[in-house]
Design a protein around this ligand. Structure first.
Ligand code: A2P
Length: 349
C-alpha cells in the first residue's frame, strides 16, 4: 500500500527541495502533507500539478502519516518527532538534534544502509558536509582503510536557510549600489545563534554554527563525530575547519586522507571513485575538468576531482569534493533514506 508522507518545514530552503525530491521519487506515495509555522498556513504549493495547501504544524498533523521528513530546526524536531512516532510515523530528521543519540541510526544510504535495521522510529540525516565526504571516502576506506582525514570546507549560504541566501543577495546588491564591502549590513551569518554578525558577501567566514570544545565550532564537531558514527570506527582520526563563502548553493571541500594499507596509487583511487555509488569522477587537469559548486546544483551525486598524491607522505592523498548541499546534503539524502526503508521493508515503528 502507498504511503502518506509529511514534510515539516515545507517552506524552507531544504523543505522546498524535499517536495521536489518527492515529486521524482520511486517511493509509492498516496498523499503528501506540507507543514510549516502558523505564518505559512494557507499558502499554496504545486506538487505533481496539484495544488497543496500548507498547514500549521500541530501534534495531530501526524495522524495517518507513515513517513515524516523534518527540516524545521532542532527544537521543532525535539518537540514534534516523538509526536510523529507516537502516531505510527517513521521520522527522517534533517536536523542535528538526534544525530549522536546511540538509539538513532545516522545514515548515508551508499555507506551504512544496514544501520536502518536498528531504527526505533527516528532516523537522522547527517550534516550536509559530512554526507558528501562519506560518499567520496567510503570506497577508499573499503579498499585501503582510513587512518586519518583532514578536511577544510567552503560552504554555501543555503545551508543556513532561506534568510541567509537573501542576506547574501541583498549585501551583493548593496555593494553594487555603492555601500563599501566592510559596511554591509549583516543580521544572520555567521550564526543566527551567536552575538555578532559579519557580512558574507565578498568575504570568507571561518565560523559555521557556534563555538564549542577546544575552540572548534559545532559544525566542525559534527563532521568529526558523525564520520566516526557513520563509518562505525572510532579510531579514524578526523579534524575539520569549516568556512562559509559567498556561494548560494553547493558545498566544496578540500580533503586530505592517509590510508592504512599498502598498494594504493592515484589511478586506483580514481577508479574507486568512478565505480562508487553516488559519486562522479570529474578529474582531468588537461581539460580543466574538476568539480565546481555551480555545476553541482540540482544534481544528486557527489563530484570528486583534483585527486593527487601528497608530496611527502606515500599513503597521503588530496582531493576536491563538491555536492549540492540542499540535495545530497539534505533533501535527497532524506528521501533516499525513505526509499531505502521502503526497499528494506522497514517503514514501521
Ligand atoms: P515558516 O516559513 O512558516 O517560518 P529555513 O531553514 O529555510 O529557514 O526554513 C525553516 C523552515 O522551518 C520553514 O519551513 C519554517 O516555516 C519552518 N518553521 C520554523 N519555525 C516553525 C514552527 N514553529 N513550526 C513549524 N515550522 C516552523
Amino acid at each position: 500500500s502507498n504511503y502518506n508522507v509529511a514534510v515539516v518545514g515545507a517552506t524552507g530552503a531544504v523543505g522546498t527541495k524535499m517536495i521536489e525530491m518527492l515529486e521524482e521519487t520511486s517511493l509509492p506515495i498516496n498523499q503528501v502533507k506540507l507543514l510549516a509555522s502558523k505564518r505559512s498556513a494557507g499558502k499554496e504549493v504545486t506538487f505533481k500539478g496539484q495544488t497543496l495547501i500548507i498547514e500549521e504544524l500541530v501534534p495531530e498533523s501526524f495522524t495517518d502519516i507513515d513517513i515524516a521528513l523534518f527540516s524545521a530546526g532542532g527544537n521543532i524536531s525535539k518537540q514534534y518527532a516523538p509526536e510523529a512516532v507516537k502516531r505510527g510515523a517513521v521520522v527522517v530528521d534533517n536536523t542535528s538534534h538526534y544525530r549522536m543519540d546511540p538509539e538513532v541510526p545516522l545514515v548515508v544510504p551508499e555507506v551504512n544502509p544496514d544501520a536502518l535495521k536498528r531504527h526505533k522510529g527516528i532516523i537522522a540525516n547527517p550534516n550536509c558536509s559530512t554526507i558528501q565526504m562519506m560518499v567520496a571516502l567510503e570506497p577508499i576506506r573499503q579498499a585501503y582503510g582510513l587512518d586519518r582525514l583532514i578536511v577544510s570546507t567552503y560552504q554555501a549560504v543555503s545551508g543556513a536557510g532561506i534568510n541567509a541566501m537573501e542576506e547574501l543577495k541583498s549585501q551583493a546588491l548593496a555593494y553594487i549600489n555603492g555601500t563599501p564591502a566592510d559596511k554591509l549590513e549583516a543580521d544572520i551569518l555567521p550564526s543566527g545563534g551567536d552575538k555578532k554578525h559579519y557580512p558574507i558577501a565578498f568575504n570568507a567566514l571561518p565560523q559555521i554554527d557556534v563555538f564549542a570544545d577546544a575552540d572548534y565550532t559545532y559544525e566542525e564537531w559534527k563532521m568529526i563525530n558523525e564520520t566516526k558514527k557513520i563509518m562505525e570506527d572510532d579510531s579514524i582520526k578526523v579534524v575539520a575547519t569549516c568556512v562559509r563563502i559567498p556561494v548560494l548553493s553547493g558545498h566544496s571541500e578540500s580533503i586530505y586522507i592517509e590510508v592504512k594499507e599498502d598498494g594504493s596509487d592515484v589511478s586506483k583511487i580514481k577508479q574507486l571513485i568512478a565505480d562508487a555509488p553516488g559519486a562522479v569522477l570529474q578529474d582531468d587537469p588537461s581539460q580543466q575538468l574538476y568539480p565546481q559548486a555551480l555545476t553541482s546544483i540540482d544534481r544528486k551525486e557527489t563530484f570528486v576531482g583534483r585527486i593527487r598524491q601528497d608530496i611527502d607522505i606515500d599513503k597521503g592523498y588530496h582531493m576536491w569534493v563538491v555536492s549540492d548541499n540542499l540535495l545530497k546534503g539534505a533533501a535527497w539524502n532524506s528521501v533516499q533514506i525513505a526509499e531505502t526503508l521502503h526497499e528494506m521493508d522497514l517503514v514501521r515503528v
